[in-house]
Design a protein around this ligand. Structure first.
Ligand code: GSH
Length: 165
C-alpha cells in the first residue's frame, strides 16, 4: 500500500520507476524522453532510482518511525543492540523490563522465548540480538555499517556472539 500510483484509463500502475517508464513509453511524441535512450545510461538511471528507494528512503523510514527497545540493565545482549543504536544515531525509547514479572508488551512481542532485547520499530517487534543488529544495519544506513563485510569475519563474529536460538 504505497504511493505513488498512476491511474490511466482506470488502470493502476505502481512503483515510481515503472510509472516513469510507462509515461516515457506512452507519450513518446510529447516532450523529451525522460530516461536516456542509451541502454547503459538507462541502466545507470534505474540503478540511481533503486538506490534512492532502497537505501535513502529506508534510512529516512527508520529515522522517522518510532523505535522502542525492551531492555534490562547489564545484559550483554541488550548492550550490543544499544551500541548499534548509538552508532546509527537512532532515537530510541528504552522500556525497562522486570524479568521476574514480565510485562504484557514483552510477552506479546516475544511470545516464544519471552526474552530481551526486543526492538519494536513502528509497532513491529524484532527478537534475538543478532537478528536485531542485522535489522538495524539494513534498515538504517546512518553511520558506519555494524555488520562485518568479510564473510569469514562475519562467521567468526556470529560464532563468538552466539547463534540465535
Ligand atoms: N539469544 C538471545 C539471548 C537473550 C537473553 O538471554 N536475554 C536474557 C537477559 S540477558 C533474558 O531475557 N532472560 C530472561 C529469561 O530467560 O527468562 C539474544 O541474543 O537476544
Amino acid at each position: 500500500m504505497k504511493i505513488p500510483v498512476l491511474i490511466h484509463y482506470g488502470k493502476a500502475i505502481c512503483e515510481s520507476l515503472i510509472i516513469v517508464q510507462y509515461i516515457d513509453e506512452n507519450w513518446t511524441n510529447s516532450g523529451p524522453s525522460i530516461l536516456p535512450s542509451d541502454p547503459y545510461n538507462r541502466a545507470i538511471a534505474r540503478f540511481g532510482v533503486c538506490y534512492i528507494d532502497d537505501k535513502l528512503l529506508r534510512k529516512l523510514a527508520m529515522a522517522t518511525n518510532n523505535v522502542k527497545l525492551l531492555r534490562i540493565l547489564a545484559s550483554p545482549f541488550v548492550n550490543h543492540v544499544e551500541i548499534a543504536l548509538k552508532i546509527k544515531s537512532i532515537e530510541t525509547e528504552f522500556i525497562q523490563q522486570n524479568m521476574l514479572n514480565k510485562s504484557e508488551l514483552l510477552l506479546k512481542s516475544n511470545p516464544v522465548y519471552k526474552k530481551i532485547p526486543v526492538l519494536i520499530h513502528d509497532e513491529k517487534p524484532n527478537c534475538e540480538s543478532l537478528v536485531i543488529l542485522q535489522y538495524i544495519d539494513e534498515a538504517c544506513l546512518n553511520g558506519p555499517s555494524i555488520i562485518l563485510s568479510d564473510l569469514y569475519d562475519h562467521a567468526i563474529a556470529r560464532h563468538n556472539f552466539g547463534q540465535p536460538i
